[in-house]
Design a protein around this ligand. Structure first.
Ligand SMILES: O=C(O)[C@H](O)[C@@H](O)[C@H](O)[C@H](O)COP(=O)(O)O
Length: 266
């Protein structure tokens, strides 16, 4: 269990949320590049890619610390649907359409590591999970002794049921201790076949950020932050295990009525 609490930021509008998310992500980027000359980040689907694009594609101040250095980015996927990369359900396609295709040439080209269903047997999402775990091992495990990958940043959404990545409430995958990447064929959110980073990998990251916006998230945010009975929800488990490594970027409608202390600035 982590010793300290997550940060919950609340913003009046999409613009101010995007500005703060930009500062936060680029802060993580700059620390990572200084530390090991690469920025390893994992990204979810849902509304996250468009919010991230709004943050990163906006004109910056021009200062060095406010400049994306995409040539230093290794982009992985926190979860993916077992579909071809050009399918409308693909999280890779979503990120490509929202962000990757729009990166200005002078900001460099990230190395992108998609979860590519073309390389695996259609009927067996486990094979796809195993292939992606091998991909992570090639990128992270310089030595056999590396037990878990350490992402510099994992960017997550939170579903109205409290799921995050493709880790759903009450699902057996929440008990996974060993695998880095897992699959499921019974996702309650369609499509059913998915690949996901596991809870130990997510909570082992140096920084974890959630983006949750809109009044549709209000009930679940109260559950996650204020209610005893919300403690076992996947998003709440990440708060619990990763503590102050976790930052939530919400808008006012999403956290209206949430008692947990909110901050207006980074
Ligand atoms: O592939 C997916 O389905 C996503 O990765 C999923 O975990 C998403 O992040 C949440 O469902 C929140 O989605 P919204 O931000 O759209 O509510």
């Amino acid at each position: 269990m982590a010793s300290s609490a997550p940060s919950l930021y609340s913003f009046p509008d999409a613009q101010s949320l995007a500005q703060s998310l930009r500062s936060y992500v680029l802060g993580c980027q700059n620390t990572a590049v200084t530390r090991h000359d690469v920025f390893r980040v994992a990204v979810s689907g849902g509304s996250l890619p468009s919010v991230l694009a709004k943050a990163l594609l906006a004109p910056g101040t021009g200062s060095q610390e406010d400049t994306p250095r995409f040539d230093k980015w290794d982009i992985f996927f926190a979860d993916e649907r077992a579909v071809p990369l050009d399918h409308e359900d693909s999280n890779y396609r979503l990120l490509k359409d929202e962000l990757l295709d729009k990166i200005p040439a002078d900001q460099g080209t990230p190395r992108v590591h998609p979860i590519d269903a073309e390389h695996a047997n259609d009927d067996d999402p486990q094979e796809l999970a195993d292939l992606y775990q091998e991909e992570l091992m090639r990128s992270f495990a310089a030595k056999d002794s590396v037990k878990l990958p350490v992402f510099d940043l994992i960017l997550l959404g939170c579903g109205p049921d409290g799921h995050t990545c493709s880790l759903f409430p009450g699902h057996e995958l929440l008990r996974e201790k060993d695998a880095w990447v897992a699959c499921l064929s019974d996702s309650p959110k369609p499509p059913p076949k998915r690949i996901t980073l596991t809870l130990p990998v997510v909570t082992h990251a140096l920084n974890i950020a959630f983006v949750a916006t809109g009044a549709g998230k209000q009930t679940i945010m109260k559950q996650i932050f204020d209610a005893e009975e919300g403690r076992e929800l996947p998003s709440a488990l990440i708060n619990h295990h990763a503590g102050d490594k976790v930052s939530w970027f919400a808008d006012h409608p999403a956290v209206n009525g949430v008692a947990f202390p909110k901050r207006g600035n980074l």
